[in-house]
Structure formats: C-alpha cells, structure tokens
Write a protein that binds this ligand. Structure first.
Ligand code: SAH
Length: 346
C-alpha cells in the first residue's frame, strides 16, 4: 500500500525497479493522483497489475451524492475495519475537502455525532493523505459539474480531533505541503481547543490556517458542551490562539454551532464579540445539524441572522455558513460511522 510509506521511502516497495520508476510512481501518487493504478500509463503493466489491488489503504465502502452532484461523501474502510469519512464540496470557484484525522473521537462534545460514538483509533499519515489524493483523483478524472478540477481547500473538519493525533497529522501536513505542493494557507486545522497542540502548531514551518471550535463564550456553558474545556478553559485557549496569530500572522477563525436557546443569546454574542475582537478573528456561524444522541436543536434562521447582526454591530467579521450534505449525514458533526454500528436513516 504505497500511501502507507513515507514518499521518501517509496523505493522500499519497488525492490529492484530502477530509480526513475520510483519517481514515476511518486508522481502518480502525489502530483497527479489517479483513482486506479491501471491509469498510471507510464508504468509497465505487471507493476500496474501489482498495484491495482493495493493502491489505496482502504476500500470505498459507500459513496453518496447530494446537492445536485456538488456534495459527495465517501465512507472508506481500512483493512482492520476502521471507518474513515471524507466529504467533497464543490462550488464555482472552490473545491473543499473535509477530511478525518481519527476514526471516531474521544472528546465527546455533546452535540457532535462523532463524539457521541466514541474513539476507535488514530489515522496514520498515509490514511489522511490518501483521502486528499483520492479526492484529487476524483476531481481530475471524474469531476463535479461547474467545479474546479483540483482541490482549493482542505479542512480537518471530518471525524476526529487533529491536535489529539498531533504527530501523525503533522506528518500528513508535511506530505501535503512539501510533497503534494498544496499551499499551507489552503489547509485548515480545526480544533476543539487542545492548547498544547495549538502551541506546537504555531512553531511548525507551515502557515496553515487555524479554526477554533468555540461554541460558547463563558466557561460554564462551554464546559457543558465541550468537556475538554475543563482542562483548557477559554482564557488559555484564547491566549494560545493569540500566540498562533502573532507567530503566523494568519487570521484565526472561530467556529460557532448555533443551538436554539443555548448559545444564540445576546449575552453570548456580546461575550463572543469581545473575544473575536481581541483575536481579530473571523466568526463562522453554522446551524446545528441534528444528531441522534442529543436533544439540542438548531437556532432558527431569524435568530442566526440576529446573532450575526449583533456581532457585526460589535465590529466583528462574521459569515453564516451554508450546510451541505445534510440529507446524506455529510454535514458538520454528522460524520459518525462506528464499526459494527449501522446507521438509521434521516
Ligand atoms: N475536532 C475538530 C474537528 C472536527 S468537527 C473540531 O472540533 O474543530 C468540525 C466542526 O464541526 C467543529 O467546529 C465542530 O464543532 C462542528 N460540529 C460538530 N458537531 C456539529 C453539529 N452537530 N452541527 C454543526 N456543527 C458541528
């Protein structure tokens, strides 16, 4: 499984093939990915046949399409049974891939489906990079109507907490930036607020974008939604985010999932505005996507708009995010495949 080797170690797999073969294969894997090894046209057919069954470190268990073909969710299955979900969202000038960094998640945010189903295991760097390569191959070879033929944005907003899998996520980012040639700025690491991880990321050489999943602007409310807030309270999280901004000169974004009567009040808007202004952060509002084990409901459209206006009145940049793929459980926080658990519909 070539993606499971570091790109520099690819030669190990090819035994006595000449070194230009290794370069050719590396090109196919990282520069012009293809969905099938049979499409690696400059490789000899016996090598293509050999690679055919082991190109991807997972099988494609399910592929679902929504939003008239512009949202596509893949459920990949690794040989040891772990489920990996990735979602591709196409727009006229953008193609954003949402990738997973862990199978499941241990952080148990109350409103997140992945969190509700617990932690399975960390994903390896190759398993993270292969999600990106697969989507690149899909866009180049099959494509989406009216959408660029390559990824323009990659966000770690699928299953898992990327900064709880720091070493492997770091290596995946290195391969994406230094081998695939993806610009670090087009990569977003989204975190629930693992303060030590944010600090480490600030010292890495790549200016990746950082998103903070805040959701509440005081510790009492935040701890009730995001349990890890007990360990890393808001003041510490804000300090780490400020440090990231200082070191990287990259604007941090704050993610805020809107829950009816929970965090959509004027009082929260007021407190959030203070934090966002101090950080010079951009706020993304997204309506809650309902999940099976939580009674939380999405804020109404009207409340979301009022909340956004309250933030704007307080001089904060804010975007209301569209929700893609709701009907195929592909929307934020809905990715939740646990092995052995079969999902219900709706
Ligand atoms: N663990 C990381 C990345 C995965 S979640 C993080 O927490 O940032 C990606 C985003 O989806 C986060 O902002 C998360 O808070 C949000 N999210 C989780 N569950 C959601 C839901 N049910 N509806 C809307 N957004 C949700």
């Amino acid at each position: 499984m070539p993606y499971m080797l570091a790109p520099e170690d690819l030669g190990q797999m090819l035994g006595d093939e000449p070194s230009y073969r290794v370069d050719q294969l590396r090109d196919w894997l990282y520069h012009t990915p293809v969905l099938s090894a049979q499409d690696m046209t400059n490789l000899p057919s016996d090598l293509r046949d050999h690679l055919a069954t082991r190109l991807w470190p997972f099988s494609v268990e399910m592929e679902q399409v929504a939003d008239t073909g512009t949202t596509r969710k893949w459920l990949f299955r690794t040989p040891d049974g772990a489920a990996i979900e990735a979602v591709l969202m196409g727009y006229p000038r953008r193609a954003t891939l949402c990738i997973s960094s862990q199978a499941g998640c241990a952080l148990a945010c109350t409103f997140c489906a992945t969190g509700q189903f617990g932690f399975e295991r960390h994903l390896e760097p190759g398993e993270i990079v292969a999600q990106v390569a697969y989507a690149q191959g899909f866009l180049r070879q099959i494509g989406m109507p009216g959408v660029p033929d390559h990824l323009t944005n990659i966000v770690f907003m699928g299953m898992g907490e990327p900064l709880a899998n720091y070493r492997r996520v770091r290596e995946a980012i290195r391969r994406m930036v230094e081998v695939m040639g993806i610009s670090a700025r087009s990569l977003t690491v989204s975190t629930v607020g693992m303060v030590p991880g944010i600090r480490k990321l600030a010292d890495e050489p790549w200016p990746v974008s950082l998103a903070i999943s805040l959701h509440a602007a005081d510790d009492e409310l935040r701890t009730s939604l995001v349990p890890i807030n007990k360990r890393y309270p808001i003041a510490e999280l804000e300090a780490a985010a400020a440090e990231y901004f200082e070191k990287k000169r990259r604007r941090v974004s704050i993610e805020w999932t809107m829950m009816d009567g929970v965090n959509d009040t004027l009082d929260q808007a007021d407190k959030l505005a203070s934090i966002a202004r101090r950080l010079r952060a951009h706020v993304n509002l997204i309506a809650l996507n309902p999940t099976p084990l939580s009674e939380a409901r999405a804020s109404t459209k009207l409340h979301i708009e009022e909340f956004a206006t309250a933030l704007r009145d307080r001089r904060v940049n804010v975007t209301i995010r569209d929700t893609r793929g709701r009907d195929i459980d592909a929307a934020c926080g809905q990715l939740r495949v646990a092995s052995g658990f079969s999902r219900g519909s709706g």
